[in-house]
Design a protein around this ligand. Structure first.
Ligand code: ARG
Length: 463
């Protein structure tokens, strides 16, 4: 197999084989073997089409089709011997096919090049990842919906600047992530629609003089249509970049949620308890239960974003069409995909298993003068103050409570009237956090009724 004098696949014009270093830098078999199934599916579709068009005989096509299935089972069974001298998955498969079926194998590469072959394989591989991403995101959204439903009216502090801002509900906070991951889902689906065109038949770059049927191979491989320009078909990798772009944004969302889980599970917050199944211990501090999965999810955004940047840099300076630089597309995408899928699954598991601590959430919801805005709104609505003045009066009341070391509802009516004479007993009705969240009935607001409506809408959407 490893003919050292020249490469069997392209060595016709070569008198000497490659230097060992050349072989090492050139070979992609170490990683592109992950596209074996896609490569074989592409070759089977191509062979069947060649026969249907009378370009090769049915007998040869059958031998090729059968032989490729044998190769696939050898790869799956682990008995296939991958060769670095044969560079990549395409030539490894074809060489083994030749060993298995002899001469007819040489007809498989008619009207095809490794350029359209690799573009096809890689599209199929990325398409599978987009589908896996869709399932992973859907599962995560379902887990978030369950959390949202069980605590739709549980109060907790809402934050800006990580400072207590206004009371919100647990359900509302969970549903914020549903919206984010929902848009990630949309990006993944959009990318899939755009990328689902077949490069096969673009050949090296210019198309082919053989009477091929590109619609037939496109349909056999589940593509919506063939790519309309052969130069573009072999030379762009924007489909991989769209995947990495969507993956980067999704990883960023996962990372933000992971950061919140790290904060929330700390002894200082105690908003959530993570399950033992998704926590780790410390080898020295026996009391520790660490949110390692969340921390690792938070860290993974770096490598996924890095993959996106790396492939952008690989592509940005390449004149059309194929250049070997493009072989550097795969490892980045493989790594990003592996880590995104892992992060999605880990986040889903953590969300599913975690327990929100209703009491801690409620205690925190009422602290930090979280209903100050409700007080200001009351001064506008009931006492008729302009908002700016109401804001000022409320600020004075907050300062007063702070100096007394108490919360707003703990001030007496007399103390409040000392700041503004028009305040009545009625004000205490808006200082409670329950009232506060219930009053936020504007569309998309935190009132439990609004939250439940959004949960219902999402459940319907997912059906
Ligand atoms: N291993 C190559 C890659 O991943 C396959 C295409 C090779 N094409 C070529 N003209 N050398 O890009």
């Amino acid at each position: 197999m490893t003919d050292k004098t020249s490469n069997k696949m392209w060595g016709g014009r070569f008198a000497a084989g490659p230097d060992a270093i050349m072989e090492a830098i050139n070979a992609s078999i170490g990683f592109d073997r992950r596209m074996a199934a896609q490569d074989i599916a592409g070759s089977r579709a191509h062979a069947a089409m060649l026969a249907a068009q009378g370009i090769i005989t049915d007998t040869d096509a059958e031998a090729i089709g059968e032989g490729l299935l044998t190769v696939m089972s050898e790869i799956e069974g682990g008995s296939f011997v991958f060769s670095t001298a044969l560079e990549d998955i395409h030539m490894n498969v074809e060489a083994r096919l030749t060993e298995l079926i002899g001469a007819p194998a040489g007809r498989l590469h008619t009207a095809r090049s490794r350029n359209d072959q690799v573009a096809t394989d890689f599209r199929l591989w990325v398409r599978d990842q987009l589908d896996a991403c869709e399932s992973g995101l859907t599962a995560l959204i379902r887990a978030l919906l369950e959390q949202a439903e069980s605590g739709a009216d549980w109060v907790m502090p809402g934050f800006t600047h990580l400072q207590t801002a206004q009371p919100v509900t647990w359900g509302h906070h969970m549903m914020a992530y549903v919206e984010m991951f929902g848009r990630d889902l949309g990006r993944v689906r959009d990318a899939r629609i755009r990328m689902n065109e077949s490069p096969l038949g673009a050949a090296a770059l210019a198309g082919t003089s053989f009477p091929i049927d590109r619609d037939m191979t496109a349909a056999a491989l589940g593509f919506d249509r063939p790519c309309a320009n052969s130069l573009d078909a072999v030379s762009d990798r924007d489909f991989a970049l769209e995947f990495l772009g969507a993956a980067s944004i999704c990883a960023m969302h996962l990372s933000r949620m992971a950061e919140e889980l790290v904060i929330w599970s700390s002894a200082q917050f105690r908003f959530v308890t993570l399950s033992d199944r998704f926590s780790t211990g410390s080898s020295i501090m026996p009391q520790k239960k660490n949110p390692d999965a969340a921390e690792l999810i938070r860290a993974k955004v770096g490598r996924i974003f890095g993959a996106n940047t790396a492939l952008m840099m690989v592509m940005k300076g390449l004149a059309l069409t194929y250049s070997k630089d493009m072989q550097e597309d795969k490892e980045q995408v493989f790594d990003a995909a592996d880590n995104l899928m892992l992060a999605l699954a880990a986040m889903e598991g953590m969300v599913r298993d975690m327990t929100a601590n209703r009491e801690s959430l409620a205690a925190a919801a009422g602290s930090g003068f979280s209903t100050a805005t409700d007080l200001a709104d009351w001064l506008v609505r009931v006492a008729g103050l302009p908002f700016r003045e109401a804001h000022h009066v409320t600020g004075a009341l907050v300062a007063l409570a702070e100096s007394r070391g108490c919360d707003l509802p703990d001030l007496s009516l007399a103390e409040m009237q000392g700041v503004h004479a028009d305040i009545t007993m009625d004000v205490f009705g808006v200082l409670g956090v329950e009232n506060s969240v219930n009053s936020r009935m504007s569309y998309g607001g935190t009132a439990p009724a609004q939250v439940r409506a959004q949960i219902a809408r999402w459940k319907e959407t997912l059906e």
